[in-house]
Design a binder for this molecule. Structure first.
Ligand SMILES: [Zn+2]
Length: 142
């Protein structure tokens, strides 16, 4: 199934006056280029609300991006660098309400995403951290 991966640009940090600049914060998942940060890479930590949850299902949570991102993540393929741990896959309907949620194990993401996106009542997916619940990226059909 053709999918679109939705990343978060570093410019999104500018809308949070409480954003924090970290000169180095190795090992955090970057929502701009969908990999973990390396030592010495400056990052933003800020509040972010993913676009696909609406009304009461609109959530705000902490995310990291580079301060300046030079990465070029694939927008049509799942990012392997962030899927080597179990993740929560949360599905949303067209009204932006949660349809369902499930825990997906490494190696099973492609099939799980395919299965969910073939369901016409699902419009988007959010991939989240299992331990912290933090938003990582969103997936829709193309
Ligand atoms: Zn980046």
């Amino acid at each position: 199934m053709a999918m679109r991966i939705h990343t978060v640009p570093p410019s999104a940090a500018l809308s949070d006056p409480g954003r924090e600049h970290r000169a180095t914060e190795p090992g955090v998942p970057l929502r701009c280029c969908l990999r973990k940060s390396l030592p010495g890479e400056p990052v933003w930590l800020f509040r972010y609300s993913p676009a696909h949850g609406k009304g009461p299902y609109s959530e705000v949570g902490p995310i990291f991006t580079h301060v300046e991102c030079t990465g070029a993540p694939s927008h049509d393929r799942l990012p392997a660098a962030l899927l080597n741990s179990p993740r929560v896959l949360r599905s949303y309907n067209a009204a932006g309400q949660i349809h369902d949620g499930e825990v997906v194990q490494p190696g099973s993401f492609d099939r799980a995403v395919d299965d969910l996106l073939t369901d016409p009542s699902i419009e988007s997916l959010q991939v989240r951290s299992l331990s912290h619940g933090c938003f990582l990226f969103a997936v829709t059909r193309t």
